[in-house]
Ligand binder design. Structure first.
Ligand code: GLN
Length: 257
């Protein structure tokens, strides 16, 4: 008995050295907020990364996080929240991870850590068929109103370019699309994969052939939980190496995985 205890303590100490002293307190209470669970915050209106199939949230992020959780012997719990509240929730310890087609940005890195990127996104411009807006310069230089999803990189870039007055912010990308269809706004700037899903599902919209920002998607993890960050990075590297990530992306975005 004693021997086993000593062995367990030394293993824990070695693990502590590996993870850095700062994370050791956290480690004692378990890797995640709720023992045995990995709580993921997302905004489930971002196909094909996260969306509802009936009552279930599915998509690339749901599957990648599900596989990460299972490789860490954790049960994945997905919470559907507003995109704009995810970083703060991860930072304050409400959620273990934010996984929401989330772009790694310098600004967000001030508040949270990001795992190794597992996918790429591109910002796209959607307009109504026949619109006189032909590219990003026309969009910026004209007097057009641009719809974005609140707090996304589309919002951040467009606000930088044209100022608050010409930006209409929506909680969901789908609401911005509806406003575009109703003629309330002139364009929507959003990530390319949801852009394609929205355009395929709604008549009269087109994506301009002028993407302008290539971004890395990664999971946000609290800066107070370096141990979880390195465990997720460890299994993500395995999943990259054994083809799991490619297979999941290929399932939802055929021929791009
Ligand atoms: N990639 C964008 C961002 O991180 C949009 C993500 C989203 O709307 N779910 O801001």
């Amino acid at each position: 008995m004693k021997n086993i205890f000593i062995k367990a303590v030394s293993v824990a100490m070695i693990a502590c050295l590996g993870f850095g002293i700062a994370s050791c307190g956290k480690k004692e209470q378990g890797l995640t907020i709720n023992e045995g669970k990995l709580v993921m915050a997302t905004n489930a209106f971002f196909p094909p990364y996260e969306y509802y199939d009936g009552d279930t949230i599915v998509g690339i992020d749901a599957e990648i996080a599900g596989e990460v959780a299972s490789r860490l012997n954790l049960e994945l719990e997905i919470q559907d929240v507003e995109f704009d509240s995810i970083i703060a929730g991860v930072q304050s310890g409400k959620y273990d991870i934010g996984c929401a087609g989330m772009t790694v940005t310098e600004d967000r890195l001030l508040s949270v850590n990001f795992t190794t990127p597992y996918a790429t996104g591109i910002q796209s411009i959607i307009v109504a068929e026949g619109s006189e807006i032909s590219d990003i310069d026309t969009l910026i230089d004209g007097d057009y109103v641009i719809g974005v999803q609140q707090g996304t990189t589309g919002d951040i870039y467009m606000t930088d370019e044209v100022g608050d007055d010409r930006i209409d912010r929506y909680n969901k990308g789908a609401d911005a699309i509806l406003a575009l269809q109703n003629g309330n706004i002139d364009a929507v700037v959003i990530d390319n994969q949801p852009a394609q899903a929205f355009v395929a599902a709604n008549d009269g919209l087109v994506i301009l052939d002028t993407p302008y920002a290539v971004e890395d998607y990664a999971m946000a993890v609290s800066k107070d939980n370096e141990a979880l960050l390195s465990e997720i990075n460890r299994v993500l590297a395995e999943m990259e190496a054994d083809g799991t990530i490619d297979a999941i992306i290929e399932k939802y975005i055929p021929s791009e995985g």
